[in-house]
Design a protein around this ligand. Structure first.
Ligand SMILES: *Cc1c(COP(=O)(O)O)cnc(C)c1O
Length: 299
């Protein structure tokens, strides 16, 4: 049994949102970001079964891929540290000009960093085959074990039955697959993609579902704000507004776009009257440190 110091699932709570645009529907936010200041949110859940498998087969090093701001990289470093595994992160984009806060944190948790060029990064299979002794985890934790771990997120929610829609941000779709697995037949799961035109997502999610979902899931591709790493002033403005209006801190890559998407879809009448929405705040706030200081009213 591994004990994970510093994680505080007891502080994960439900925050109701009071906003005029909700009309007569309701919106609750599952504050998974409160799990840990750095390893916040869904990455922890996605890693859980990979780590258990690595330990079970007696691996001593876990290796994975990610960018210089990756929530997955820092979460992997932390989780491996706690589990007594060595970790190696293959980082896209050559030697960074300076270490990002994400990479500093990952190194602080004992991760060894290997910088690889963007070209080499495209050929991950080759890198994996050069190091067969490592226990490999896909970029972003994509995979069925990741989805299995993510399916446990909804067990944090008291009164799950009352919700009509479960909404979350989507990168690889692993978390969404977990939410789909754990949702009830009367609930619709909606994912909001933070990438531009990532239309293979629907298939990638279906591939992670070992069973046909009892209700169809939906992915919106309309709220990427220019693409994965794009942080236009409108997005920063929206995050600032949500902080002032609801005391809700959102991240620049995932949760802000998804939350905006909920508001916009509400305005477009996508949700029937008196819907009861649950939004998963999947964390990722450490990524906001990539902004120049002072651009957001919280950190
Ligand atoms: C990684 C991440 C996601 C996306 O999770 P996937 O399982 O890759 O779809 C969503 N929100 C946050 C905050 C994340 O860090």
């Amino acid at each position: 049994m591994i004990t994970y110091a510093e994680l505080s699932p007891q502080s994960v709570n439900i925050q109701p949102i009071d906003a005029p645009w909700l009309l007569n529907s309701r919106l609750d936010v599952l504050r998974l970001d409160k799990l840990h200041a750095i390893v916040s949110g869904n990455k922890w859940y996605k890693l859980k079964y990979y780590l258990a498998n690595a330990i079970q087969i007696g691996a001593n090093t876990l290796a994975t891929f990610g960018g210089a701001y990756s929530n997955h990289i820092v979460a992997t470093a932390y989780a491996c540290n706690m589990a007594g595994l060595k970790s190696i992160g293959f980082i896209r984009g050559g030697e960074a000009d300076s270490l990002t806060h994400t990479l500093v944190a990952a190194q602080g948790y004992g991760m060894q960093l290997e910088y690889i060029t963007r070209t080499a990064y495209k050929n991950k299979e080759e890198i994996r085959s050069q190091h067969p002794q490592y226990f490999w985890v896909n970029e972003g934790g994509y995979g069925t074990d990741g989805a299995l771990g993510a399916s446990e997120i909804l067990s944090l929610v008291p009164d799950m039955e009352k919700y009509t829609h479960i909404i979350a941000a989507v990168g690889t779709g692993t978390m969404l697959a977990g939410l789909i697995r754990a949702s009830r037949p009367h609930q619709q799961v909606i994912g909001i993609s933070s990438m531009k035109g990532n239309h293979s997502l629907e298939n990638e999610i279906s591939n992670l579902l070992e069973i046909t979902p009892s209700a169809p899931f939906m992915i919106s591709h309309d709220y990427h704000f220019g693409g994965y790493g794009s942080t236009p002033p409108e997005l920063i403005g929206y995050i600032t507004e949500c902080w002032h209006n609801y005391g809700l801190p959102l991240d620049i890559i995932y949760t802000s776009k998804a939350f905006y998407g909920i508001q916009d879809m509400m305005g477009k009448g996508v949700f029937p009257p008196e819907s009861n929405l649950l939004f998963i705040h999947s964390g990722g706030l450490q990524g906001n440190l990539s902004l120049n200081p002072g651009r957001l009213p919280f950190s």
